[in-house]
Design a protein around this ligand. Structure first.
Ligand code: NAP
Length: 315
């Protein structure tokens, strides 16, 4: 049996690992198919405190991982397919690792940005296609960019991008926006934002230096059109990675884990959630790291008060 297992190796999971390892709790960290999480998909991270000249996303994650290993965190590669929280110790079925039993568990499996799944999209991530305006907007100073989507995220990111871009075009597949009225009004009142509504994305066009245009279908005329652009920000929502929990943890209607406000406690004692899997509002590396720290402290306290095993004999 393990004392504490951490699922996920983004900033929240790795921060939890650093804190727990440093507290001599010997955490086991399970890393899935995308070790390091969403930050490994970005290029330079300029807003993580402590790096005056910025740091590459993959390097930041590699550093966090090495820091956790230095204090004794153990990393295992596997994919959790099922969990059993019906009785303690909790059981995890992990592809490649078999069954793992643990007294405490930290869920830091993150959320994945939804993609359009059109030609040219994935191959140009980091070359003009981005799923994070906060991360990458700065690189589009004085340029013309597109934001795809009609929800609150798209409106918020469109407004944010006008701080850098010369022109921001919202491309949305319907005539009506899904966003709340206040967010819509804010975007509509921004003179740098223009609108291409009722246009369905078809293809990302790119040259040697990156994105050059966006091919869309005009749903009114049924004709294809090309919008010239230097960058395409996809803001069509995120999916929290909670499907493997099979409904055994309380989530909201969109799958984000509910935590007791001000803590990382879920409805299952000893199971904690941190990072984007429980946060659909901020979604930043630094906020994820912050909640990772909280989860480690919450788990440590839980184990002090509830552990049935005398770990001092086995550590
Ligand atoms: P969302 O509300 O689900 O909106 C996603 C948008 O993307 C929709 O307009 C949708 O079009 C479009 N879309 C989805 N799949 C698409 C595809 N394959 N091709 C083209 N367009 C596609 O997601 P969100 O904007 O990320 O917001 C998620 C939640 O966070 C919401 O509850 C939102 O209110 C909240 N949020 C709040 C704030 C804030 O209050 N400051 C900021 C951001 C997010 P359709 O409309 O046609 O379906």
């Amino acid at each position: 049996m393990e004392k504490v297992v951490i699922l996920g190796t983004g900033p929240s999971g790795l921060t939890a690992a650093i804190y727990l390892a440093r507290a001599n709790m010997k955490p086991i960290v399970i890393e899935g198919y995308q070790p390091g999480g969403q930050l490994t998909l970005t290029t330079e991270v300029e807003n993580f405190p402590g790096f005056i000249d910025g740091i590459m996303g993959p390097e930041l994650m590699e550093n966090m991982r090495k820091q956790a290993e230095r204090f004794g965190a153990e990393f295992r590669r596997g994919w959790v397919t099922n969990v059993d929280f019906s009785k303690k110790p909790y059981k995890l079925q992990v592809n490649g690792l078999g069954e793992i039993e643990t007294e405490a568990l930290i869920l830091s499996t993150g959320a994945s940005a939804k993609l359009l799944n059109i030609p040219g999209e994935v191959g140009n991530i980091g070359r003009g296609v981005s799923t994070c305006a906060t991360c990458d907007g700065f690189f589009f100073r004085g340029k013309k960019v597109i934001i795809v989507g009609g929800g609150d995220s798209a409106m918020e990111e469109a407004n944010f991008l006008t701080k850098f871009a010369s022109e921001v075009i919202v491309v949305h597949r319907r005539n009506e926006l899904r966003a709340s009225k206040i967010m819509q009004d804010r975007a509509r009142n921004n003179p740098k934002i223009s609108w291409q509504l009722n246009k369905t994305p078809i293809e990302v066009l790119a040259g040697e230096k990156g994105v050059t245009g966006f091919k869309v279908l005009n749903n009114e005329t049924n004709e294809e059109e090309i919008i010239q652009t230097d960058g395409i920000f996809v803001a069509i929502g995120h999916t929290p990675n909670t499907a493997f929990l099979n409904g055994q943890i309380d989530t909201d209607e969109t799958g984000y884990i509910n935590v007791v406000p001000g803590t990382t406690e879920t409805n299952i004692p000893g199971v904690f959630a941190c990072g984007d899997v429980q946060d659909k509002k901020y979604r930043q590396a630094i906020t994820a790291a912050g909640t990772g720290c909280m989860a480690a402290l919450d788990a440590e306290k839980y184990l002090e008060e509830n552990s049935v095993h005398d770990w001092s004999k086995s550590l």
